[in-house]
Design a protein around this ligand. Structure first.
Ligand SMILES: [Zn+2]
Length: 104
């Protein structure tokens, strides 16, 4: 996999906007190790089809999965932080008697 890392970076980089978040969306096996892979850029929605070695495709998929996991983790952290901030505001408002039955 190490010898393909440069190619993975090349395919993962968008030719249109330079984003390095390009990910595979569809694939077709051509032969034992060759795959035709359609990739899309989430930044500019650029789309292209490339032929690549199986290990390069696996690397692209692995990077895309890691990116999704990182994004989900960041989202969950932000949601937790927002919930904590809202809870703090609610507690503060309760202590100052600023919440009335009419608020519900
Ligand atoms: Zn792009």
């Amino acid at each position: 996999m190490e010898k393909f890392s440069e190619q993975i970076n090349e395919y993962q980089t968008c030719l249109f906007c330079g984003s390095n978040l390009v990910y595979p969306v569809e694939r077709t096996q051509l032969n034992e190790n060759g795959w035709k892979v359609a990739v899309r850029c989430p930044n500019c929605f650029g789309f292209r089809v490339e032929c690549m070695h199986r290990d390069v495709m696996v690397g692209l998929i692995r990077n895309a999965n890691k990116g999704r996991e990182d994004l989900a983790k960041t989202f969950n952290q932000m949601a937790k932080k927002t919930m904590e901030e809202e809870s703090d505001k609610m507690i503060s408002a309760l202590h100052r008697d600023q919440i009335l039955p009419i608020d519900f």
